[in-house]
Ligand binder design. Structure first.
Ligand SMILES: Nc1ncnc2c1ncn2[C@@H]1O[C@H](COP(=O)(O)OP(=O)(O)OP(=O)(O)O)[C@@H](O)[C@H]1O
Ligand SMILES: [Mg+2]
Length: 169
């Protein structure tokens, strides 16, 4: 696993196995706060669901599966958590009409797969995570978009950095 800070508002991580991506998700899950929106971008099989399963582990949730067919599913974790997957939305307006913003307003944290299909996501407490890679290597680029989660984002960067340095999570 390798960590690289790019700026105050972005860093990147490379993982070399599904377990490492899961571990990065678990660390991220430990830093979720109410209203936080994670936009997971990147093509098929890049590890977005694997990452969300790690988040679930941190929240005490097991057996998270991709909500591809039902589009979204809510969980009662340590922080209330919404997992959405926009792969199957039909048109551009559908993402807005799902009500994800209302969940955030109510104090849910949310992770959205195929988030590039959402044209107008809110940005106050948002982190975009771009997944790419091949073989077993995955590159995860984290970028803070919101101005209201600077502290949480800085703490997340530190946690992921120590995960990469020690291999411990
Ligand atoms: N470093 C890695 N991190 C995560 N997954 C990996 C890694 N290396 C190989 N894989 C494999 O890649 C696949 C990732 O699947 P996953 O369902 O998490 O992707 P996804 O991005 O959610 O795909 P989709 O777009 O279909 O929702 C799994 O089969 C996993 O075993
Ligand atoms: Mg998926």
């Amino acid at each position: 696993m390798r960590f690289q800070r790019c700026s105050d508002s972005s860093f990147e991580l490379t993982t070399e196995s599904p377990d490492e991506t899961f571990a990065a998700g678990r660390i991220t899950g430990g830093r979720l706060c109410p209203g936080m929106l994670l936009l997971l971008k990147g093509s098929l099989g890049m590890g977005k669901t694997r990452f969300v399963q790690g988040i679930g582990d941190a929240l005490g949730l097991h057996g998270i599966k991709s909500p591809t067919f039902i589009i979204m599913r809510e969980y009662n974790g340590k922080v209330p958590f919404l997992h959405a997957d926009l792969y199957r939305i039909e048109d551009r307006d559908e993402a807005d009409s799902l009500g994800i913003e209302e969940y955030l307003d109510e104090g849910f944290a949310a992770a959205v797969e195929w988030a590039e299909r959402w044209e107008t996501p809110p940005s106050a407490k948002r982190v975009d995570i771009e997944f790419s890679g091949s073989g077993e290597d995955r590159r995860l680029v984290f970028a803070m978009r919101g101005s209201e989660i600077q502290k949480e984002f800085a703490a997340l960067a530190e946690d992921i950095k120590s995960l990469a340095m020690t291999g411990e999570s």
